[in-house]
Design a protein around this ligand. Structure first.
Ligand code: HEM
Length: 416
C-alpha cells in the first residue's frame, strides 16, 4: 500500500491569498486528477465530501494542528499559543469529553430556541440604527450581530463592543497562516482576557437581584463545582466569541451575496421564516467558512493509502457540499432540495460545532428580519475575499437598498 507521500497528486495552493476567489473550480479540477486528495504547501488537502466526513470522524487517530501551526507562526510560548492550546478544539479524548459534557447542556437546541427573542431584539436594534442609511458595507453591519448576541448572553456591556470587534477581526485571521501576524494576535488576546477576567470577577462580586441566570452564571457554576478550571473558563469565554464571530458574520454575508441575485428567494425569506430556515441550511451546504485541520497522531490506512504520523491534513467543510459524488446538481442553489442538513458546515466527530443551534437560530432570526427591512438590495461595489484556510469569506459587501420601517416587521407572519 502506498504512503501518501508516494502518490502523484494535484497541487492546490490554498495558502495563496487569491485562492478563495473561486475555490470550487480548483477543487473540481483537482478531483479529475485524484478523486479525493491533493497536495498543498503545508500538507494534504482532502477534496471529496465522503473522505472529509470519514476523516473528521477518525478522532482517535488525529490531534489538533497546533504544534505545526505554532512553528509556522513562530508563536511558541505566546499568549495566543496558550489560548489555542487550552481551547476546546485542541483537547482530545477523555479530557475533551469531560469538558464537553459539562458545556453541552448550555448549548442544546432548546437553549438556543429560548434565546430567539433576545436575537430578534438585538437584530431589530441594529436594523433601527443602520437601515435609515440606505447603503453600507453589509459585512460590517453583519459583524455587530453575533458580538451583540454573545454580549447579551453573558451580560457584557455594549461599551466593550468596538474593542472586542477589532480584537475578533484580528483573531479571526489567526489560523490563516499569515506570517508576522503574532504581535497583533497578542494585543487582541490581551484585550479579550483583561475584559473577560474582569467581567467574571464583577459577576462573582455583584448581586443581580431578580435577574434570570445567564450563560455566564452557568459557566461560573461549572467552574465552582470543579467541571472547569479558572483559566479554562476564561479561555472558553474568549473561544465562544472567536468561534461564533467570523463564522456567523461570514455566513450572513454569503447569504446576502447569494440572494442579491435571487430577489424571488429574498422576498420569501422576508415573508416566511420557515422558508428562511431552508435558505440558511442550503447556504451552509453551498459554501461555508470552515476548513478543519488535523495532524495524524497515529499512523493509519484509509482507502488503501497510508497516512504516517504527523501528516498535516486540511479538511475543507467549506467546499465539501459541492462534490457531485455526494450531492445532485451541487452548483445549483436550491433551498427545496431534500436532506439539506447532510452538509459538513459544522464539522463531524467529537469537535462538531457546540454552538451550531445558536448559530442557526441567530442567522435564521437575523436574516428573516434583515430581508423585511432592507428591501430590494443591490450590489454597490466589489467584494474582496478572505484567505481560504482558517475562516474563509467575503471581505466587504457594499450594498444599497430601499429602507423599510421597523413596524413592517409586525405585518409579516411570525413563527416562534
Ligand atoms: C455559522 C456559524 C458557525 C459555523 C459555520 C461553525 C463551524 C464550526 C466547525 C466546522 C467546528 C469544528 C471545527 C473542527 O472540527 O476543526 C466548530 C467548532 C466549534 N464551534 Fe462553531 N461554527 C459556527 C458558529 C458557532 C457559534 C455561534 C458558537 C458559539 C456560540 C460556536 C462554538 C463552537 C465551539 C465551542 C466549537 C468547538 C467544539 C469542540 O471542540 O468540541 N460556533 N464550529
Amino acid at each position: 500500500m502506498p504512503l501518501i507521500t508516494e502518490l502523484t497528486l494535484p497541487e492546490l495552493a490554498i495558502e495563496d491569498p487569491t485562492f478563495g476567489e473561486d475555490p470550487f473550480s480548483k477543487f473540481s479540477a483537482a478531483r479529475t486528477q485524484h478523486p479525493w486528495l491533493a497536495r498543498c504547501a503545508y500538507g494534504y488537502v482532502v477534496t471529496a465530501y465522503a473522505a472529509i466526513r470519514d476523516l473528521l470522524l477518525m478522532d482517535d487517530k488525529m490531534r489538533g494542528p497546533y504544534d505545526k501551526v505554532f512553528d509556522l507562526m513562530n508563536a511558541r510560548g505566546s499568549r495566543w499559543a496558550r489560548f489555542q492550546e487550552e481551547s476546546l478544539l485542541a483537547i482530545w479524548g477523555e479530557p475533551h469529553k469531560r469538558i464537553r459534557d459539562v458545556l453541552a447542556p448550555m448549548f442544546t437546541p432548546r437553549a438556543a430556541n429560548l434565546r430567539r427573542g433576545l436575537m430578534r431584539e438585538v437584530i431589530t436594534g441594529l436594523l433601527d440604527e443602520w437601515v435609515p442609511k440606505g447603503a453600507f458595507d453589509f459585512e460590517e453591519f453583519a459583524s455587530y450581530f453575533p458580538i451583540n448576541v454573545m454580549c447579551r448572553m453573558i451580560g457584557a456591556s455594549p461599551d466593550v463592543i468596538p474593542g472586542m470587534r477589532s480584537s475578533l477581526e484580528t483573531l479571526g485571521l489567526s489560523l490563516n497562516l499569515i506570517p508576522n501576524f503574532l504581535p497583533k494576535l497578542e494585543q487582541a488576546m490581551q484585550f479579550m482576557e483583561t475584559y473577560l477576567e474582569r467581567l467574571v470577577c464583577d459577576r462573582r462580586a455583584g448581586e443581580r437581584p431578580g435577574a434570570e441566570p445567564d450563560l455566564l452564571d452557568a459557566l461560573i457554576q461549572a467552574r465552582d463545582s470543579g467541571g472547569l478550571g479558572a483559566q479554562q473558563m476564561t479561555s472558553f469565554l474568549i473561544f465562544l466569541f472567536v468561534a461564533g464571530y467570523d463564522t456567523s458574520k461570514n455566513v450572513l454575508t454569503m447569504i446576502m451575496d447569494q440572494l442579491i441575485g435571487r430577489p424571488d428567494l429574498y422576498e420569501r425569506c422576508a415573508a416566511d421564516k420557515q422558508y428562511c430556515q431552508k435558505v440558511v441550511e442550503e447556504s451552509l451546504r453551498y459554501r461555508n467558512p470552515g476548513t478543519s485541520s488535523r495532524l495524524v497522531n497515529e499512523q493509519f490506512v484509509y482507502r488503501d493509502v497510508v497516512f504516517p504520523k504527523d501528516t498535516m491534513l486540511f479538511l475543507p467543510n467549506s467546499v465539501s457540499g459541492r462534490d457531485p459524488q455526494a450531492v445532485d446538481d451541487p452548483d445549483t442553489f436550491d433551498p427545496d432540495r431534500p436532506q439539506q442538513n447532510r452538509h459538513l458546515a459544522f464539522g463531524r466527530g467529537m469537535h462538531m460545532c457546540l454552538g451550531q443551534y445558536i448559530a442557526r437560530a441567530q442567522i435564521e432570526e437575523g436574516f428573516h428580519l434583515i430581508a423585511q427591512r432592507m428591501r430590494n438590495p443591490r450590489r454597490a461595489g466589489k467584494s474582496g475575499v478572505r484567505p481560504f484556510p482558517g475562516v474563509w469569506g467575503l471581505k466587504g459587501l457594499p450594498i444599497e437598498f430601499t429602507p423599510a420601517p421597523g413596524k413592517l416587521a409586525a405585518s409579516y407572519p411570525s413563527i416562534a
